[in-house]
Design a protein around this ligand. Structure first.
Ligand code: MSP
Length: 516
């Protein structure tokens, strides 16, 4: 059984989770569930990034110790996972001993190898971004952009990691592996970035300035830089699981691709003699009115509000259906409602209702043996053959939004088939040919529903379970077999009704004008 190790970015614990964080978990979960359906042995990791200046400052503001602050916020991120039906196998916190031990081991190894050296550093430091700035970061008038907050000139001794030494190697690696980063065009941006000479990376902060971090094993007067600490989580979490590293996929947002994941991380691993992850998937941002959704811009949506209102599966469906992985999407409640109503309630929900209702009305609730196919059935089967053949490659290429769109087209066509076949008319006829066709119609709509639902478990796990339950169907262990048209439901007793996507509470209607 192939093993598939997948990770999300680990979230900073300096603010509550918002829709952007939720999306990344859901996307990663969809990939993880898809790989499980494909037969892989999946290990899925997520977690929280807890050290650094920002966390120390946020804790100070609250007047509590950073460790206590990190405990609280990390618990909030963790509690979100079951609410989003995330099937992670592990949750790592960078404050855990298992992590700190590995960070220190790797630092010591790199230091012993001569990859890390002490030098004097003079530079302009942004406390907000926790980084030294470069001259090119200045605005034309010499001031620093707003995003850096307060900028001060600092001269201090620090440790550096020999990044530049590996620049040529990295360019060679990326050129030889053009699909290492998805989408491909992002890899081109990395190569563009690498046209400029790299500076060695300052990987320490003096403890007098930053106490909240992992001390360097070879000089306890310093703690390690937050990225060096954070990136290692992917390795530290599986240190005791032989054969798990390298990761198959790191799922991250585009803002943390260059330089951390596409430059620092491969060089750190290569220098330490560790294998590289097989792929990095960089998704885009959820925006609101054109601005990135984030805590600092104050436009962050609480994912739990949407989950409470519409249910977790509708929320997951919307995120995956709407976002083309890699590109940005604007979040609007209107668009959410459009998809909820037209695709989930009117298309999928409607097919479920009609199937249950008509099977109950015309066949005593038992899916009949179909009679011979007519043109309409053949047409639907041909569409299914195309849909099912395209679905897996689309998912393998992270085109989940298109894969779901194809599933929707099949559902639409099945509903259209029912309109044309009109079982309610056949039900009224005593003609044996009509009665045979009625059986065909009922069996075809039930089988089409089973098949459409077989496309959805990675995105809507509980909806899939509910529909299978009312159809009396227990999916087999091979997903590919499930996708074959097979009249699997013949003889099953179905339930009478299932409410899946209730109409959201309508806003209070304006009072009707009184007639004079
Ligand atoms: N702690 C670092 C990651 C370290 S990984 C070794 C970090 N944390 S974060 O909390 O700021 O972001 C976590 C993830 O959420 C990142 O992948 C980021 O891109 C993603 N998102 C944060 N806001 C987002 C949107 N508005 N939209 C989509 N995802 C975005 O960076």
């Amino acid at each position: 059984m192939p093993s598939f190790y997948i990770t999300t970015a680990i979230d900073y614990v300096n603010g509550s989770p918002h829709l952007g964080h939720a999306y990344e978990k859901v996307l990663t979960d969809v990939i993880a569930r898809f790989r499980r359906l494909m037969g892989d042995r999946v290990h899925f990791l997520t977690g929280t990034d807890e050290h650094g200046q920002k966390v120390q400052q946020s804790a100070q503001k609250r007047g509590i110790a950073p460790a206590k602050f990190a405990d609280e916020v990390s618990a909030e991120f963790r509690a979100l996972l079951p609410r989003l039906s995330i099937s992670n196998d592990d949750f790592i916190r960078t404050t855990e001993e298992r992590h700190k031990r590995v960070v220190r081991e790797i630092l010591q190894q790199l230091f012993d190898q001569g990859e890390i050296y002490l030098a004097e550093y003079r530079g302009f430091y942004s406390t907000r971004q926790e980084q030294f700035l470069q001259e090119k970061d200045r605005q034309p008038d010499g001031t620093w952009p707003e995003i850096f907050g307060e900028v001060t000139e600092i001269v201090e001794a620090n440790y550096f990691f020999r990044l530049r030494k590996y620049q040529e190697w990295l360019v060679g690696f990326l050129t030889a592996n053009p699909d290492w980063i998805f989408p491909r065009y992002r890899q081109k941006q990395v190569l563009e970035f690498l046209k400029e000479p790299l500076n060695d990376l300052c990987i320490s902060r003096p403890r007098e300035r930053l106490e909240w971090g992992i001390p360097l094993p070879f000089d306890e007067k310093f703690v390690t830089y937050v990225w060096f600490d954070a990136l290692v989580n992917y390795v530290s979490a599986v240190r005791d699981r032989p054969g798990t590293w390298p990761a198959s996929v790191h799922v991250i947002g585009k803002d943390i691709l260059v330089p951390p994941h596409a430059v620092y991380w491969p060089i750190m691993l290569h220098a330490a003699g560790l294998a590289l992850p097989k792929q990095i998937v960089a998704h885009g941002w959820w925006m609101q009115s054109g601005a990135k959704m984030s805590k600092s811009t104050g436009n962050a949506l609480n994912p739990l509000d949407l989950v409470s209102e519409f249910g977790v599966d509708a929320f997951r469906y919307y995120l995956i259906r709407e976002m083309n992985v890699g590109q940005d999407s604007d979040f609007t409640r209107e668009q959410f409602l459009v998809r909820y109503n037209s695709e989930l309630a009117n298309n999928l929900g409607n097919l479920v209702n009609r199937t249950l209702n008509m099977t109950t009305r015309f066949a005593g609730g038992v899916v009949p043996v179909p009679g011979p196919d007519g043109d309409l059935e053949q047409h639907l089967k041909a569409l299914w053959a195309k849909t099912s053949a395209e679905f897996i490659p689309l998912c393998e290429g992270y085109q989940f939004h298109t894969a779901l769109e194809r599933a929707m087209v099949f559902l639409t066509e099945t509903n259209a088939y029912i309109e044309k076949r009109a079982p309610w008319k056949l039900g009224k006829s005593a003609d044996p040919a009509d009665q045979a066709l009625l059986k065909t119609a009922l069996a075809t709509m039930a089988e089409s529903l089973r098949l459409a639902v077989a496309l959805l478990p990675a995105v809507m796990p509980s909806t899939t379970d509910k529909i299978n339950a009312v159809l009396g169907h227990t999916p087999g262990s091979s997903w590919r077999d499930e996708l074959a048209w097979g009249q699997r439901l013949t003889g099953n007793k179905v339930a009478e009704a299932l409410v899946l996507f209730p109409r959201p509470a309508a806003p209070a209607a304006p009072a009707a004008p009184r007639k004079a």
